[in-house]
Design a protein around this ligand. Structure first.
Ligand SMILES: C[C@@]1(CC(=O)O)C2=NC(=C\c3[nH]c(c(CCC(=O)O)c3CC(=O)O)Cc3[nH]c(c(CC(=O)O)c3CCC(=O)O)/C=C3\N/C(=C\2)[C@@H](CCC(=O)O)[C@]3(C)CC(=O)O)/[C@H]1CCC(=O)O
Ligand SMILES: NC(=O)c1ccc[n+]([C@@H]2O[C@H](COP(=O)([O-])OP(=O)(O)OC[C@H]3O[C@@H](n4cnc5c(N)ncnc54)[C@H](O)[C@@H]3O)[C@@H](O)[C@H]2O)c1
Length: 215
């Protein structure tokens, strides 16, 4: 694998989960909560384990189940089934996640933790999935306090600047200043202090003296 980390909007995507053990249930839940259309195929699939809207097929999976899917999660405990459906999915051009062998699939899932608009995602490259969850939790708690308040407000300020200033070096510089160390210090003092600091940045920028703003 030559992996890159991306965010994928799965809303409306047609996803198949094969297997209804702990991992298949977790993946079906994550995909369904993100708005994907999810079908689970497993002989022992039980509706109490899945959110409403997930379609259950209580039987063994067949190659035909893969047709027309955007993603298939292979989450069975049968190595032969995993290998043969993985091969079929490649033939059909369907993206595969293999829960038993991440490297043999097209995508792996990251451990994510979110607070507001901020999401931290961690991979350990298959070294320890349990560790990736702990690291994501620690990373989020290390930065959420510092950034949470600022991120909750900055989108509005950023949009205002983008709509009222021409693209170019001055606008770029101002957008960077919205999140620099001084802005973060102002955010620690609360919303009023942050807004006052941003007003100062804005006024200095339109007066053409954006290097002179103090904290
Ligand atoms: C991050 C997370 C995302 C999610 O599932 O959404 C995720 N696994 C999670 C949990 C978890 N998985 C396992 C345990 C039991 C403890 C342990 O073994 O550590 C726990 C802990 C628990 O359940 O609490 C066992 C396990 N996992 C894999 C194998 C097979 C193998 O390694 O060969 C085995 C061995 C099975 C066995 O030996 O029988 C494989 C993969 N699991 C991955 C992702 C991909 C690599 C991510 C990375 O390297 O960082 C990868 C490669 C492929 C993939 O699944 O896409 C989620 C974090 C939940 C959170 O957010 O806290
Ligand atoms: N990636 C991860 O996060 C992760 C976590 C735990 C375990 N695992 C690994 O994933 C695999 C599954 O473990 P688990 O604990 O999630 O599940 P499990 O072993 O409890 O259940 C397996 C599921 O696959 C179904 N199944 C078996 N053959 C099938 C077939 N032909 N068609 C359809 N469904 C079929 C079974 O009915 C069952 O629902 C194991 O190899 C395990 O080592 C991965």
């Amino acid at each position: 694998m030559g992996c890159i980390a991306v965010q994928w909007d799965v809303a409306g995507r047609n996803c198949l989960v094969v297997g209804a053990g702990r991992t298949g249930r977790r993946r079906a839940g994550v995909l369904c909560r993100a708005g994907a259309r999810v079908t689970v195929v497993a002989p022992d699939a039980d509706e109490v384990d899945f959110p409403a809207g997930v379609v259950l097929e209580r039987r063994e999976a067949v190659a035909g189940d893969l047709v027309g899917r955007d993603l298939v999660v292979l989450a069975t405990d049968d190595a032969e089934v995993q290998a043969s459906l993985s091969k079929k999915a490649a033939e059909f051009g369907v993206l595969v996640n293999r829960v038993d062998d991440g490297e043999s699939g097209d995508i792996t899932f990251l451990a994510t933790r979110s607070a507001g608009v901020l999401t931290v995602a961690v991979s350990t490259g298959g070294a320890s999935a349990a560790a990736s969850g702990v690291i994501a939790e620690e990373a989020l708690s290390a930065v959420a306090g510092e950034w949470g308040g600022l991120l909750a407000l900055v989108a509005g300020e950023r949009a205002r600047i983008q709509s009222s200033m021409e693209a170019g070096a001055a606008r770029e510089s101002l957008l960077r200043r919205l999140v620099d160390e001084r802005s973060r210090a102002a955010a620690r003092s609360g919303e009023a202090a942050l807004r006052a600091h941003w007003r100062g940045l804005w006024e200095a920028s339109i007066a053409g003296r954006d290097g002179e703003v103090s904290a």
